[in-house]
Design a protein around this ligand. Structure first.
Ligand code: GLN
Length: 484
């Protein structure tokens, strides 16, 4: 039951083989049994979920069917949900009850989902290993000594471990794709502006984008259709019409031209390289042609990202001042002391590091040398993608340079940690959509295949991913649990 896809569960529910209440209870029980070890949820919304499930069951009984009627989902704790605790993985928002719904939460609710709980994440989505969460690290379900990736590590883990059939995530520099890769699930980050950011707690506003984790590309297409679209509450959301991604995903596969950037293979780990080459061979034998391309500036991506993202975060996080909402330090005598103590105690180490880097990069005298230069590199990266997509339909590479690393392995080396995003940040800087799907293993830990498309070409990405999953079984491998 717990490894069934959303596509299958939709049918189970409509055919009344199972009720939404039964399904919801099944997942809640699994969370209670396995999550104490994995720590993929910050909070459970059990009562809310059961009430929603009852409501949907009575609708189904009257043949009122919504696109996702009764499907349980895990919600990343960065999405505000009305009257529900939304922590963003931080002490700063430990007790924050949102007074409104994010657009993503609202759209999913309208589609009929059942939110099981809020998933663990790196604090304010800053991290690649889920170790910066105030609520403790998440364990990789394939091997609990390893990280699940970040920042949406809880969401990726919940799907991989069969604690939810799908989950939401956000991706500023790789936070959907990298944990999807490390946990062996599918994760899609759509084009910047495809999904509204309203009510999604901001990290770096020009890079942040919401997306989905599932077992299959087909499931991603179903959920993506529901969360996409223009929103008056987000001026950066796009008015471009939302196609039915599901129809686009499952329709007859059209031959595609795939570009492989030489820079992605340069110095790559041998196993990752051979697993990736095998995936490409399979596609080449199945209606795809392959072309070597160059994305020369992609190597500068992490450096540019680590200026732009902290700069925006230093501005976005200035709202947490201990006064309007969030953590407030007591025993203070002056307003300056209140700001200082609330922010010192409310934020963790990585968040403070980013605020300091960002404030420095934006300050007079350094702005031109860092921020402006990073923006120029960003433009170069975006132009390179535009040029590449004149010649190829999609760009493929490994999602991450390696499989999951051990907990604690990179916590004292921020640069090594930042480099886990080397293949993912460019898509955010350029605003193009990208997805990670399972492509094999290294020492029993999953590896992800990254598929990057041109702006608003989500349909092509999903179509290729679905085609790949029809001819391979990697997405069907799941971690084994000891049913003690
Ligand atoms: N790992 C990257 C960072 O630490 C990306 C995070 C994200 O995508 N939210 O900033």
């Amino acid at each position: 039951m717990h490894n069934r896809t959303v596509t299958e569960l939709k049918e189970d529910l409509i055919k009344k083989n199972i009720s939404s209440v039964e399904l919801t209870n099944h997942f809640i029980e699994r969370i209670k049994k396995f999550d104490p070890k994995l720590n993929s949820f910050i909070s459970l919304t059990e009562e809310y979920a059961i009430n929603q499930a009852k409501k949907i069951d009575s609708e189904i009984a009257k043949n009122k069917i919504r696109p996702l009627s009764g499907i349980p989902i895990a919600q990343k704790d960065i999405f505000c949900m009305k009257n529900i605790k939304t922590t963003c993985g931080s002490r700063m928002l430990e007790n924050f009850i949102s007074p409104y719904d994010s657009t993503v939460a609202e759209k999913l609710n309208d589609a009929g989902v059942i939110v099981l709980g809020k998933t663990n994440m790196d604090e304010f989505a800053m991290g690649s290993s889920n170790e910066t969460s105030y609520f403790g690290s998440v364990k990789n379900p394939w091997d609990n000594d390893y990280v699940p990736g970040g920042s949406s590590g809880g969401s990726a883990t919940s799907v991989a471990a069969g604690l939810a059939p799908c989950s939401t995530g956000t991706d500023t520099g790789g936070s959907i794709r990298q944990p999807a890769s490390l946990c062996g699930v599918c994760g899609i980050k759509p084009t910047y502006g495809r999904v509204s950011r309203f009510g999604m707690i901001a990290f770096a506003s020009s890079l942040d984008q919401a997306g989905i984790f599932t077992h299959t590309a087909e499931d991603c297409s179903i959920l993506l259709t529901q969360i996409s679209g223009f929103d008056v509450k987000d001026s950066t959301s796009s008015k471009i019409e939302v196609p039915d991604y599901h129809t686009e995903c499952v329709k007859k596969f059209e031959p595609m031209k795939i570009g492989i950037p030489e820079e992605f293979l340069d110095g790559l780990d041998d196993t990752v390289k051979s697993v990736f080459s095998e995936a490409i061979n399979i596609l080449e034998k199945n209606n795809c042609s392959v072309k070597k391309i160059n994305l020369k500036n992609s190597k500068l991506g992490v450096s540019a990202y680590q200026v732009v993202a902290p700069a925006e975060c230093s501005s976005n996080l200035s709202r947490y001042d201990g006064i309007r909402f969030g953590y407030r330090s007591d025993n203070v005598s002056t307003i300056d002391e209140l700001y200082k103590k609330s922010r010192s105690q409310g934020f963790g180490k990585e968040v403070k590091r980013r605020i300091l880097i960002g404030t420095y990069a934006l300050s007079a005298g350094y702005y031109d040398a860092y921020y402006l230069k990073a923006q120029k590199i960003r433009q170069l990266i975006a132009s390179e993608f535009t040029e590449a997509f004149k010649e190829v339909d999609l760009i493929l590479g490994p999602t991450a340079p390696d499989s999951a690393f051990k907990l604690g392995e990179k916590t004292n080396d921020p640069i090594a940690m930042y480099l886990s995003d080397v293949f993912t940040v460019s898509a955010n800087l350029a605003g193009v959509p990208a997805m990670s799907i399972p492509m094999g293993f290294k020492n029993n830990l999953p590896l992800g295949l990254q598929i990057i498309g041109n702006h608003f070409d989500e349909s092509k990405i999903l179509s290729l991913a679905h085609h790949f999953q029809k001819i391979t079984d990697w997405h069907k491998s799941k971690p084994v649990f000891n049913e003690e």
